[in-house]
Design a protein around this ligand. Structure first.
Ligand SMILES: [Zn+2]
Length: 263
């Protein structure tokens, strides 16, 4: 896998970070609408077991917070899945394992990165999505949720139509991304990026994260995106603080992604 840089915010000192967010939390609490705010977490690029993956999972287990895990089909095999289960199990109820693209490679020569973008032949898209789905079903069985997170949080409308035809029940992209979600394939987008933001410096990183969370809660919907490959010790400890702080805030309702689907 390629080198994955750590965002500047996680180069701050952990005690400074916690102190700053602790003081800010009072301001945040006042911004949450009266009816409260749903909160959920989605971790992308899952497939390879390892220390960073285990560290992220331990924080969710410790805080008993559900996490949607977006798994790349070509990154997993029987051995890796067994290792993932050793970390996740035996109680699998917190995890919404679902499909993240097929190979997770950029297929566009120009413009934004897409795995399933405008230059793709729809027959190939169908073939890859089907292969990915079958493989995930075989390896994960009933633990697999029929939800799809497209790499880089975007895909074409044709791809969404194909996903719906294949029996996927929802998609998860980022907030306000085009095209509109399809009827029968609701979008549960993320609107807070914890680990892949490029910031000028550690201080700018703090303001950026605060800004993202403030904007999200005011819309009564906060979806956090995580990338364990880009987590250092500071971001692991901050995640533990964040989950505990959210759980202690009654107006923030931690949700399992599966429970957020329109009934
Ligand atoms: Zn990804």
């Amino acid at each position: 896998m390629s080198y994955r840089p750590i965002s500047s915010i996680w180069k701050n000192n952990i005690s400074d970070l916690i102190e700053t967010f602790e003081i800010w939390w009072e301001k945040l609490s006042e911004l949450i609408p009266e009816k409260g705010c749903d909160v959920f977490f989605r971790a992308d690029d899952i497939g390879y077991p390892g220390k960073q993956f285990s560290a992220m999972i331990e924080v969710f287990q410790k805080n008993k917070v559900p996490l949607a895990l977006a798994v790349v089909p070509t990154w997993v095999n029987q051995t890796r899945v067994q290792k993932l289960y050793e970390t996740l199990g035996p109680d699998m109820s917190l995890w919404c394992l679902h499909q993240h693209g097929y190979k997770h490679t950029n297929q566009e020569k120009v413009g934004k990165k897409f795995e399933f973008g405008p230059s793709r032949d729809i027959k190939k898209v169908l073939a890859e999505l089907t292969k990915g789905k079958l493989k995930m079903n075989k390896l994960l069985g009933n633990d697999m949720c029929q939800i799809f997170t497209p790499p880089w949080n975007r895909c074409t409308e044709e791809t969404m139509t194909t996903l719906r035809e294949l029996g996927f029940i929802a998609i998860s992209r980022s907030i306000n991304v085009a095209p509109f979600p399809l009827k029968g394939l609701p979008d549960l987008p993320i609107n807070i990026d914890l680990h892949t933001i490029k910031e000028k410096n550690p201080e700018a990183g703090i303001l950026n994260l605060m800004d993202q969370i403030e904007n999200a809660v005011q819309t009564d919907y906060a979806g956090f995106m995580l990338h364990h490959q880009r987590m250092n010790k500071t971001s692991v400890r901050f995640l533990d603080f964040l989950l505990a702080r959210i759980a202690e805030t009654p107006s923030l309702r931690i949700q399992d992604m599966r429970d957020m689907l329109p009934k």
